[in-house]
Design a protein. Sequence first.
Length: 194
Amino acid sequence: MIRKIAIFIAPLLLAGCAQTYILEGQKYESKEAFLLAGNKMNVDAVRQVTPLPQPLTSKKLIMAMPSEKAFFESGVNFITKADGRPPVGANLEVFKNLVAHNYAATKVFYEAVERKRIYSSVAFRDMSSVVISIEPSADTDVIYVTAPDPTSAQWFYGSQKYGKQVFAYDRSGAGAAAKVSAFVDAVQALAIRE
Protein backbone atom coordinates (compact mmCIF):
# COMPACT_ATOMS: atom_id res chain seq x y z
CA MET A 1 0.00 0.00 0.00
CA ILE A 2 2.96 2.27 0.35
CA ARG A 3 3.11 2.44 -3.43
CA LYS A 4 -0.04 4.61 -3.28
CA ILE A 5 2.16 7.48 -2.11
CA ALA A 6 4.21 7.28 -5.30
CA ILE A 7 1.07 7.07 -7.41
CA PHE A 8 -0.26 10.27 -5.86
CA ILE A 9 2.97 12.28 -6.00
CA ALA A 10 3.00 12.86 -9.77
CA PRO A 11 -0.59 14.17 -9.85
CA LEU A 12 0.18 16.24 -6.76
CA LEU A 13 2.91 18.05 -8.64
CA LEU A 14 0.34 18.97 -11.28
CA ALA A 15 -2.70 19.34 -9.06
CA GLY A 16 -2.57 23.02 -8.26
CA CYS A 17 -5.36 23.71 -5.83
CA ALA A 18 -7.52 20.67 -6.58
CA GLN A 19 -8.45 18.85 -3.39
CA THR A 20 -10.33 15.86 -4.73
CA TYR A 21 -9.23 12.50 -3.38
CA ILE A 22 -9.76 9.17 -5.11
CA LEU A 23 -9.73 5.92 -3.16
CA GLU A 24 -10.63 2.55 -4.69
CA GLY A 25 -12.28 4.34 -7.62
CA GLN A 26 -14.46 6.55 -5.44
CA LYS A 27 -14.09 10.37 -5.35
CA TYR A 28 -14.01 12.27 -2.07
CA GLU A 29 -14.32 16.06 -1.99
CA SER A 30 -13.00 16.54 1.53
CA LYS A 31 -10.09 15.22 3.53
CA GLU A 32 -12.45 14.15 6.31
CA ALA A 33 -14.53 11.98 3.95
CA PHE A 34 -11.37 10.55 2.36
CA LEU A 35 -9.71 9.66 5.67
CA LEU A 36 -12.96 8.28 7.10
CA ALA A 37 -13.44 6.04 4.04
CA GLY A 38 -9.85 4.81 4.29
CA ASN A 39 -10.26 4.10 7.99
CA LYS A 40 -13.47 2.14 7.34
CA MET A 41 -11.69 0.05 4.68
CA ASN A 42 -8.89 -0.72 7.14
CA VAL A 43 -11.27 -1.63 9.98
CA ASP A 44 -13.29 -3.87 7.65
CA ALA A 45 -10.10 -5.52 6.33
CA VAL A 46 -8.94 -6.40 9.86
CA ARG A 47 -12.41 -7.46 10.95
CA GLN A 48 -12.56 -10.09 8.18
CA VAL A 49 -9.46 -11.84 9.57
CA THR A 50 -10.46 -14.94 11.54
CA PRO A 51 -8.16 -15.52 14.53
CA LEU A 52 -6.56 -18.92 14.90
CA PRO A 53 -7.56 -20.90 18.01
CA GLN A 54 -3.88 -20.94 19.03
CA PRO A 55 -0.64 -19.58 17.58
CA LEU A 56 1.11 -21.65 14.91
CA THR A 57 4.49 -21.00 16.53
CA SER A 58 5.83 -20.12 19.96
CA LYS A 59 8.09 -17.55 18.32
CA LYS A 60 7.42 -13.82 18.46
CA LEU A 61 7.19 -11.43 15.53
CA ILE A 62 8.34 -7.83 15.26
CA MET A 63 6.79 -5.78 12.47
CA ALA A 64 8.34 -2.42 11.65
CA MET A 65 7.68 0.42 9.26
CA PRO A 66 8.64 4.07 8.85
CA SER A 67 6.65 6.46 10.99
CA GLU A 68 4.11 8.79 9.42
CA LYS A 69 6.55 11.65 10.03
CA ALA A 70 9.36 9.77 8.26
CA PHE A 71 7.10 9.08 5.25
CA PHE A 72 6.02 12.72 5.16
CA GLU A 73 9.54 14.15 5.33
CA SER A 74 10.82 11.74 2.69
CA GLY A 75 7.93 12.61 0.39
CA VAL A 76 8.41 16.35 0.82
CA ASN A 77 12.10 15.96 -0.02
CA PHE A 78 11.19 13.90 -3.10
CA ILE A 79 8.63 16.46 -4.29
CA THR A 80 11.05 19.33 -3.66
CA LYS A 81 13.74 17.67 -5.78
CA ALA A 82 11.25 16.80 -8.56
CA ASP A 83 9.44 20.15 -8.63
CA GLY A 84 12.26 22.47 -7.59
CA ARG A 85 10.28 23.72 -4.59
CA PRO A 86 8.52 22.19 -1.59
CA PRO A 87 4.77 21.67 -1.66
CA VAL A 88 2.83 24.53 -0.09
CA GLY A 89 -0.77 25.49 0.54
CA ALA A 90 -3.34 23.11 -0.90
CA ASN A 91 -0.67 20.79 -2.32
CA LEU A 92 0.94 20.39 1.09
CA GLU A 93 -2.46 19.74 2.68
CA VAL A 94 -3.31 17.08 0.09
CA PHE A 95 0.07 15.43 0.54
CA LYS A 96 -0.29 15.34 4.35
CA ASN A 97 -3.65 13.61 3.99
CA LEU A 98 -2.32 11.09 1.47
CA VAL A 99 0.57 10.24 3.76
CA ALA A 100 -1.81 9.84 6.73
CA HIS A 101 -3.97 7.48 4.68
CA ASN A 102 -1.03 5.47 3.35
CA TYR A 103 0.54 5.14 6.78
CA ALA A 104 -2.71 3.72 8.17
CA ALA A 105 -3.17 1.51 5.07
CA THR A 106 0.28 0.02 5.69
CA LYS A 107 -0.06 -0.35 9.46
CA VAL A 108 -3.26 -2.34 8.87
CA PHE A 109 -1.04 -5.31 7.93
CA TYR A 110 0.35 -5.37 11.48
CA GLU A 111 -3.15 -5.13 12.94
CA ALA A 112 -4.34 -8.05 10.79
CA VAL A 113 -1.34 -10.26 11.58
CA GLU A 114 -1.76 -9.55 15.29
CA ARG A 115 -5.47 -10.43 15.08
CA LYS A 116 -4.75 -13.70 13.24
CA ARG A 117 -2.60 -14.97 16.16
CA ILE A 118 -0.02 -16.69 13.95
CA TYR A 119 2.82 -15.89 16.38
CA SER A 120 2.76 -16.06 20.17
CA SER A 121 3.04 -12.27 20.16
CA VAL A 122 3.36 -9.52 17.58
CA ALA A 123 5.06 -6.22 18.37
CA PHE A 124 4.99 -3.06 16.27
CA ARG A 125 7.88 -0.65 15.80
CA ASP A 126 7.33 2.81 14.36
CA MET A 127 10.74 3.77 12.96
CA SER A 128 12.10 7.30 12.55
CA SER A 129 13.68 6.57 9.16
CA VAL A 130 12.32 5.31 5.83
CA VAL A 131 15.36 3.07 5.45
CA ILE A 132 14.96 0.22 7.91
CA SER A 133 16.74 -3.01 8.70
CA ILE A 134 16.12 -5.01 11.86
CA GLU A 135 17.58 -8.35 12.84
CA PRO A 136 15.78 -11.49 13.95
CA SER A 137 16.79 -13.54 16.97
CA ALA A 138 16.41 -17.18 17.95
CA ASP A 139 12.89 -16.63 19.27
CA THR A 140 11.80 -13.65 17.14
CA ASP A 141 11.16 -13.24 13.42
CA VAL A 142 10.93 -9.83 11.78
CA ILE A 143 8.93 -8.30 8.94
CA TYR A 144 9.57 -4.73 7.91
CA VAL A 145 9.13 -2.37 5.03
CA THR A 146 11.86 -0.04 3.87
CA ALA A 147 11.21 2.83 1.47
CA PRO A 148 14.37 4.64 0.36
CA ASP A 149 12.17 6.99 -1.69
CA PRO A 150 8.42 7.28 -2.26
CA THR A 151 8.63 5.47 -5.59
CA SER A 152 10.16 2.28 -4.20
CA ALA A 153 9.30 0.32 -1.12
CA GLN A 154 10.09 -3.28 -0.26
CA TRP A 155 8.93 -5.65 2.46
CA PHE A 156 11.49 -8.00 4.02
CA TYR A 157 11.19 -11.04 6.26
CA GLY A 158 13.96 -12.29 8.49
CA SER A 159 14.42 -15.31 10.69
CA GLN A 160 17.53 -16.72 12.28
CA LYS A 161 17.03 -19.99 10.39
CA TYR A 162 16.44 -18.52 6.89
CA GLY A 163 18.12 -15.12 7.09
CA LYS A 164 16.83 -11.98 5.39
CA GLN A 165 14.68 -12.36 2.29
CA VAL A 166 12.20 -10.37 0.26
CA PHE A 167 8.72 -10.77 1.70
CA ALA A 168 6.32 -11.27 -1.16
CA TYR A 169 2.55 -11.49 -1.06
CA ASP A 170 -0.16 -11.44 -3.70
CA ARG A 171 -0.97 -7.79 -4.42
CA SER A 172 -3.34 -8.53 -7.30
CA GLY A 173 -6.55 -8.59 -5.24
CA ALA A 174 -8.82 -5.58 -5.43
CA GLY A 175 -9.37 -3.62 -2.25
CA ALA A 176 -7.86 -3.49 1.20
CA ALA A 177 -9.50 -6.70 2.44
CA ALA A 178 -8.02 -8.80 -0.38
CA LYS A 179 -4.54 -7.34 0.09
CA VAL A 180 -4.67 -7.80 3.85
CA SER A 181 -5.85 -11.38 3.46
CA ALA A 182 -3.00 -12.14 1.04
CA PHE A 183 -0.46 -10.54 3.40
CA VAL A 184 -1.71 -12.58 6.36
CA ASP A 185 -1.64 -15.78 4.28
CA ALA A 186 1.99 -15.08 3.32
CA VAL A 187 2.98 -14.51 6.96
CA GLN A 188 1.23 -17.73 7.94
CA ALA A 189 3.09 -19.69 5.25
CA LEU A 190 6.42 -18.41 6.60
CA ALA A 191 5.52 -19.27 10.20
CA ILE A 192 4.47 -22.81 9.25
CA ARG A 193 7.78 -23.63 7.58
CA GLU A 194 9.71 -22.90 10.75
